[in-house]
Design a protein around this ligand. Structure first.
Ligand code: DGJ
Length: 318
């Protein structure tokens, strides 16, 4: 049994590094993608048949990943030129210039049936500060192979930071991200190949500074979780409900307690048995503290009116 907020281990006995992550079911496996900031890594991948035993499939995106342009004119920089640059403090963050890394956060992966391609979208920053405010895309023919880096860009020129992907039952995919210096949250419908935004369908929570979006669909209703925007510190999560992605979303209501049980949403796991799991990060903090970050997984329950809620439990839901 895994304990929320304690280190979780893979089948080799090593600590799992997959933060701000996402899980994708493909064939007999669940694939868990997430941030891995160690060494030359950016995105790790683990797989499991039972959501309990996780086999490390290695880093699928690294500073050494191959790059390939796409029709969207994107910035292919995946490694910083660090000659003569020293480690420095940027706000609360220690920036290790020696690593020459950019910053890739909150990777999410969908499988595009039409192109038979695994498409990753993530938050891209230059590794020095959070001014790039862009999204990056990487693709692969297999779920756990070497992803090819396709570059970073701003959707319709909009800033884009914390983000998620959502695949609807009708095959339409959506990218949701914090925009305008995190003040607003944008929902975009993707092109058929999931490689670009195709429509700016909605701007939510104008001026409310929401982060960490995660979406589930239940009984035809869309439910979105978002956190407040307080750096690495946990805060009160909220939920909003809509009849469609492009429709009118309800006013935010609280989800969890004032720190969401010391966690911030990463994604929502939808299980075949009808359960939904709130999957979150319990962040260690900036710099080296980041590496002490852990996970929290709690079953989402619903009131008679369909409102989601969680109750804290030491044992993880997976
Ligand atoms: C909160 C975000 O949700 C995280 O992904 C990360 O960007 C931190 N802020 C950085 O302060």
């Amino acid at each position: 049994m895994r304990i929320n907020g304690q280190p979780w281990f893979d089948t080799d006995g090593n600590v799992i590094h997959a933060h701000g992550g996402h899980m994708l079911r493909h064939g007999e496996f669940w694939y868990w993608y997430g941030e891995d900031r160690r060494d030359d890594n950016y995105v790790s991948c683990y797989r499991s048949t039972d959501l309990k035993n996780w086999e490390n499939r290695g880093a699928v995106l690294t500073v050494n990943s191959k790059t390939m342009p796409m029709p969207v004119r994107s910035d292919l920089t995946i490694k910083r030129n660090v000659e003569g640059v020293e480690d420095r403090i940027d706000g609360l963050n220690v920036i290790p210039a020696s690593k020459g890394k950019v910053n890739i956060e909150r990777p999410k992966v969908l499988y595009c049936e039409r192109t038979k391609t695994f498409v990753m979208w993530a938050h891209y920053e230059n590794g020095v500060n959070y001014s790039a405010a862009s999204v990056c895309i990487a693709t692969c023919d297999t779920p756990d192979g070497d992803f090819i880096y396709r570059g970073s860009f701003r959707p319709y020129g909009n800033m884009s930071r914390d983000c998620t992907l959502f695949l609807d039952d009708d095959g339409e995919a959506y990218f949701i991200s914090s925009s305008r210096d995190n003040a607003d949250l944008k929902i975009y419908r993707l092109t058929a190949d999931f490689m670009n935004v195709d429509e700016d369908v909605r701007t939510l929570f104008q001026g409310m500074h929401r982060e960490a979006p995660a979406v589930l669909k239940r009984n035809g209703k869309y439910i979105m979780l978002t956190s407040m925007c307080t750096g690495w510190a946990p805060n009160q999560c909220g939920f909003s409900v809509s009849d469609s992605m492009a429709g009118r979303w309800s006013m935010l209501e609280n989800f969890g307690d004032e720190t969401t049980f010391d966690s911030q949403p990463a994604f929502i796991l939808t299980l075949d048995d009808g359960r939904y799991i709130y999957f979150a990060d319990r962040w260690g903090g900036p710099g080296e503290k980041y590496f002490t970050s852990t996970y929290v997984a709690l079953e989402i329950k619903f009131t008679e009116n369909g409102a989601p809620y969680i109750e804290y439990c030491e044992n993880s839901a997976i």
